[in-house]
Design a protein around this ligand. Sequence first.
Ligand code: CMP
Length: 232
Amino acid sequence: MASAKEINDDAVVRKAPLFSALDDASAASLRASMTPVKVSKGNTLFKEGDAGDRLYVVVDGKLKLGTSSVDGRENLLSILGPGEMFGELSLFDPGPRTATATAVTDARLLALAHDQVIGWVTEHPQVSLQLLGRLAQRLRRTNEVLADLVFSDVPGRVAKAIMDLGTRFGVQKDDGLHVNHDLTQEELAQLVGASRETVNKALADFAGRGWVRLEPRAVVVIDVERLSKRGK
Ligand code: CMP
C-alpha cells in the first residue's frame, strides 16, 4: 500500500504542467520514466551557462533560480516550490542553461531527459498545450516584474514579493498569513532587485505600521489588505 508521503507526492506531481492533462495511467507511466533527484540545502543543481539535458519537477522543498552579472552581483528570477517545473528553456530554445538552480531548503525533484520530453509532447498534444500555458504565464509574470522595476518603488516591490510568496507558500493561521519563504535578507533583496538595506528599511516600516511581523526566514502578514494595496 502507498504511504501517506507517496500519496501526497503524487498529488503534488499531478499538478505539474507535464502531468496535469494526462489520465491516471499515462501520468503513472510518465512518473515511472522520471528519475528522483535530491539536492541538499545550499547546493547547486546546475549553473547558468551549463549544457542542459533534462527538466525538473519539484516534489518537495524550495529552489531559487538566479543569474549573476559579470561583476558578481546576483539577481533572483524566481523561487520555486512543490509542483513547479524548471529546466525546459534549454530544450525549447536549445542553448545553455539560462539560470543557476540552487536549493533553498533540502529538496526532492523528479528529472526527465529532454529527449523523453519530446516523445511525450509528440504523443500527447495536450501536454504541449499545458507547457505553452506555463511558458506564457511565466512571460506574463516576467513582464510584470520588469514593469515593476521601472514603475514601482522598492517598498511596493517588497510588498508584492511577500504577497506573491504568501499566495504560493503561505499558511493562514489565527494570527495572520505565515509566509515561510526560507530566504535570507540578502536573497529577498536579490528577488526584489534592490539593496539589502533598502529592503530591510521597507520591511521595518511595514512592521512598524503593524502590517507584518518579521521572523527569521519568514514573515507573518497581519494586514493582508494593506500590504496587497501597497504592492499594487
Ligand atoms: P533552463 O534555461 O534550462 O535552466 C534554467 C531554468 O530557469 C530555465 O530553463 C527555466 O525553467 C527557469 N527560468 C528561466 N528564467 C525564468 C524566469 N524569468 N522565471 C521563472 N523561471 C525561469
